[in-house]
Unconditional design. Structure first.
Length: 404
């Protein structure tokens, strides 16, 4: 497929996803696989039937991808033009990857290692206020336990849910507030419904610490790592005013009344990012002279750890791409390599080292988080400028070798 074919393919695919493609353009899209020149060094060794089977596999693979993106478009009606272009480009990346795999010689030892590294899954540890720890992924559905007048259950859809049994009941004679902690390891993720009905999704290597009973005047939790929140609205016991919900991280405090937002506050990242999807939040740097900022939907605050003044930068973002991890995808939208490799390291439980002089270029592409490690690395290699080598549990990141 030459460069003009690629441009036409992406242009028509964008129109198709917007429901604006003509019948002739749809026919072109359905015949896209014919644009690939499959004749060459490897296909010459195939029989005619094997060659036809290969073309059919490429077509079916990309048909599946188109259907997936069409479903995603319907579920995200507000998706922006730039992001739609990224989806189309990612689909083309995926098709190229599939063709590359089918036409390439036997994988190297490095690729074989990466292909056997599977993605993460739902798993977390619940630490109760008495220090007892429970491996949540090993708990059977509909299993319950009672603590401090709270019934903790694992629901059929995998949530951990809390139910208040008695407003006045307490088994704690000291009156001290009891706290639970949920933490996810590398290669883990989990979701929980807190005692007030707030839903939290935790990404890999993350944790939240929260009371089993929230105060009637404010609700406060602590978080490390990355989490997506859908905060339940709650009115005060003696007033009609909403009870604030506060998320405290090492560098900032986020206050909300009822909203959807994402916080990325990993200790090994240089920036703390708070992204608002719905409602309104107030972001306040901790221990700095920086002023609070109120975010609007599709805005992101950025707090740099290197900034001694604690100043918040506000940028416009495509919020749906920020919660790609919650929706089961990697979406790299002009993202720097170190940030991308940190995500991959946490999800696949691998180490990352860098060799040689790497350019600071940003990378793009999209792929499901359910794919094996090698498939994800191939998406990045197609962006250009970088290549990877796998040694046991370590990814070696190197500059792309130039061919004459």
């Amino acid at each position: 497929m030459n460069s003009l074919d690629k441009e036409k393919y992406i242009e028509i695919l964008n129109k198709y996803m917007e429901g604006k493609a003509s019948a002739e353009e749809v026919q072109f899209l359905e015949a896209y696989y014919k644009a690939f020149d499959l004749k060459g060094e490897y296909t010459d060794k195939l029989s005619e039937q094997e060659f036809l089977d290969l073309k059919g596999r490429i077509k079916r693979k990309t048909d599946d991808a188109i259907h997936e993106y069409e479903a995603a478009r319907k579920s995200l009606p507000g998706i922006g033009k730039l992001f739609r272009y990224g989806i189309a480009a990612s689909l083309l990346f995926g098709l190229l990857i599939f063709a590359y795999y089918q036409l390439s010689p036997r994988p190297t030892e490095s690729k074989q290692l990466a292909e056997h590294i599977m993605p993460g899954r739902d798993m977390a540890i619940l630490t109760l206020s008495n220090g007892k720890q429970i491996l949540l992924d090993s708990v059977d559905v509909n299993t319950s336990l009672e603590e401090e007048g709270i019934l903790i259950s694992k629901t059929a859809d995998g949530y951990l849910s809390y139910q208040l049994l008695d407003n006045d009941a307490t088994n704690n004679p000291s009156g001290a507030i009891a706290y639970n902690t949920i933490s996810t390891p590398e290669g883990g993720q989990y979701s929980v419904s807190l005692p007030d009905g707030t839903k939290v999704w935790l990404n890999a290597s993350s944790s939240i610490r929260y009371p089993v009973r929230f105060d009637s005047k404010y609700r406060s939790i602590e978080m490390d790592g990355e989490g997506y929140f859908e905060v339940a609205k709650q009115l005060g016991a003696s007033s009609s005013k909403p009870v604030p919900f506060i998320v405290q991280t090492a560098m900032q405090q986020v206050e909300v009344l009822g909203t959807h937002f994402n916080i990325n506050a990993y200790g090994d990242e240089d920036r703390v990012k708070t992204t608002l999807l719905e409602g309104s939040v107030r972001v306040t740097p901790s221990g700095h002279s920086g002023e609070s900022k109120i975010l609007k939907p599709n805005q992101q605050s950025i707090l740099r750890k290197s900034d001694a003044n604690g100043s918040l930068e506000i940028v416009e973002v495509e919020s749906s791409s920020v919660i790609d991890w919650k929706n089961g995808n990697f979406i790299f939208d002009n993202e720097n390599l170190v940030s991308i490799m940190n995500k991959i390291s946490r999800w696949y439980k691998v180490k990352v080292v860098y060799e040689g002089h790497l350019t600071p270029d940003d990378f793009g592409g999209q792929i499901s988080r359910s794919k094996n490690l090698q498939e994800v690395l191939d998406v990045l290699e197609l962006s250009g400028g970088v290549q990877f080598k796998m040694t046991k549990d370590t990814i070696v990141v190197m500059p792309e070798k130039k061919t004459n």
